[in-house]
Design a protein around this ligand. Structure first.
Ligand code: SF4
Length: 350
């Protein structure tokens, strides 16, 4: 299959349907679940807060603030740092945080990064003892210290606003040949960095319960990393085939330093092709069943009804006869928007 990945045009952003890594993963996990959660954007009422999502979002504010801090204080690029802050946080928060930089001391750094955490909107949930503000703060302290050794933030030498921090993207995966087809692909890149030898790498942050071998090995193949590299190539016109995944445990283990890891990964041309094929096939499956009638026809992958040691939240619906779904939907489901350019989900949660 011949294809290319390119930035979406402004018209395409409005006209084309875009899918993200989470939606395609959900479709392959269980088409019924994928369609209801992502195409119909519904979830059961009374499910409570989505703490992995909320904690993931809060910590991504920390990761972005840490990159901005390093860009301004280690790389001496205040103008570019400010441009990134304005794009992410707007005038008021940017002004507040720039005032905190002061002499660039360690104390100022903690104040700067903690401010990003405190203004993220996260607050404690009495039913979740793991994802607490205290645990997020403790993990933040370790992260900013370890991030001193991360590669410098990449920025475009010509376009001042293009800085490799929290870059949302809309790309098009386009098959080539007699009957070309376009598949919209969107998401958000955590970071782009550059080594001293000018090798540009993707930087991806993950919060997780534990950093063990299965967690580390998962990045050897995950399509998320490959797809984000493909997007970064298309967006910035740079060659990227390496990534650093920065993992952080929430809460930190007893030995705090074991709660942080840099996981280097590489991608081959074959893996880019595998990602493209996976994305296209997933999008076809998604489109086949999108909509309420489609959801009723979608195959139920019951081997996925219990995953990560939890029952799927749609079990009550799936155990109900299809003819009662309409009423069930009305009474028990609520709208729940998903936007990958805004959200970051914790992985390997249990
Ligand atoms: S309960 Fe099972 S069949 Fe139903 S959506 Fe969830 S995983 Fe799919």
């Amino acid at each position: 299959m011949k294809y290319r990945v390119r930035m979406a045009t402004a018209d395409e952003v409005h006209e084309l349907e875009f899918r993200d890594y989470s939606a395609i993963t959900a479709i392959f996990t269980c088409p019924t679940w994928g369609v209801i959660r992502y195409a119909l954007q519904r979830r059961p009422k009374g499910m409570g807060r989505e703490m992995p999502l909320e904690a993931g979002h809060a910590m991504h504010e920390v990761f972005a603030a840490t990159r901005v801090w390093n860009l301004i204080n280690q790389q001496d690029k205040r103008v570019r740092g400010r441009a990134a802050m304005l794009r992410m946080w707007g005038e008021d928060k940017t002004a507040d945080m720039l005032n905190m930089i002061g002499d660039g001391s360690t104390a100022a750094r903690h104040q700067f990064v903690n401010h990003a955490l405190y203004t993220s909107g996260f607050y404690d949930n009495p039913y979740d003892k793991r994802r607490t503000m205290t645990n997020l703060e403790t993990a933040t302290h370790l992260y900013v210290r370890m991030a001193e050794k991360q590669n410098p933030v990449w920025f475009d030498p010509v376009r001042p606003s293009v800085v490799g921090i929290e870059q949302p993207f809309h790309c098009v995966l386009e098959t080539l040949g007699r009957y070309p087809k376009r598949y919209g692909f969107y998401g958000k890149i955590d970071g782009i960095e550059q080594t001293k030898k000018s090798v540009v790498k993707l930087a991806e942050n993950k919060t997780t319960y534990r950093i063990d071998d299965p967690f580390r090995y998962s990045f050897d193949t995950t399509h998320q990393i490959t797809g984000y590299m493909a997007a970064a190539r298309a967006l910035y016109g740079v060659e990227i085939e390496d990534a650093n995944v920065y993992a952080l445990s929430i809460p930190l283990p007893k030995s705090h330093v074991e709660g942080y890891a840099r996981i280097p990964v590489k991608r081959t041309p074959d893996q880019f092709d595998e990602w493209a094929y996976w994305f296209i096939e997933g999008t076809k499956l998604y489109d086949k069943y999108a909509g309420i009638n489609g959801a009723k026809r979608a195959p139920m992958y019951t081997h996925s009804c219990s995953r990560f040691f939890r029952s799927c939240s749609l079990l009550p619906l799936c155990a109900t006869p299809k003819k009662e779904w309409k009423a069930f939907f009305k009474e028990t489901m609520m709208e729940h928007k998903w936007d990958p350019t805004q959200e970051q989900e914790e992985i390997a949660g249990s």
